[in-house]
Ligand binder design. Structure first.
Ligand code: SME
Length: 152
């Protein structure tokens, strides 16, 4: 597997968001950027905080769960704890929500608006332990940029 160039991805993301920072527009482009830049993934996109649930937002991949309650699954846990979740084996994660049975590992990162979680970035892989610390750091930089620039 070729290593993703997170520096280039950040530059591309910055260029996309600067054209239109509206969250629907920018996250749609961000989902497509993740999808075309990362190998060995089967879902890449965003869930958006709406009251006490996460509602599915822009994504690439198979049709997925529409709503996820706060604190449930990997996404709901990342939201409730405001913490990145790097899960090498989703089947070992308590309460994991299986939207696509092909998924075996997953990474979820919070995106903030004024200090509160407003969305999460979610990427799934059919391979176990697909996501490394390098992926975590690179994706965290993308999410930091989104947290600072999106207009909700
Ligand atoms: N597996 C996630 C649900 C979302 S899908 O992976 C697209 C979870 O447990 O939160």
């Amino acid at each position: 597997m070729q290593k993703p160039d997170y520096k280039m991805m950040l530059e591309q993301l910055k260029a996309l968001v600067s054209q239109d920072p509206n969250y629907v527009t920018a996250l749609s482009s961000a989902a497509a950027l993740l999808w075309e830049s990362l190998e060995d993934i089967n879902w890449a996109g965003f869930y958006l905080v709406r009251g006490e649930i996460l509602a599915v937002g822009p994504y690439q991949g198979k049709v997925a769960c529409i709503h996820i309650p706060r604190g449930k699954g990997v996404c709901g846990t990342a939201w409730a704890k405001n913490e990145i979740q790097l899960v090498p084996d989703v089947h070992a994660f308590p309460g994991h929500i299986a939207c696509d049975s092909a998924s075996n590992s997953e990474i979820v990162l919070p995106i903030l608006n004024n200090g509160a979680v407003a969305a999460v970035m979610d990427i799934d892989s059919p391979s176990f332990s697909r996501f490394s610390e390098e992926d975590r750091d690179g994706l965290a930089q993308l999410c930091d940029h989104l947290s600072r620039t999106l207009i909700w």
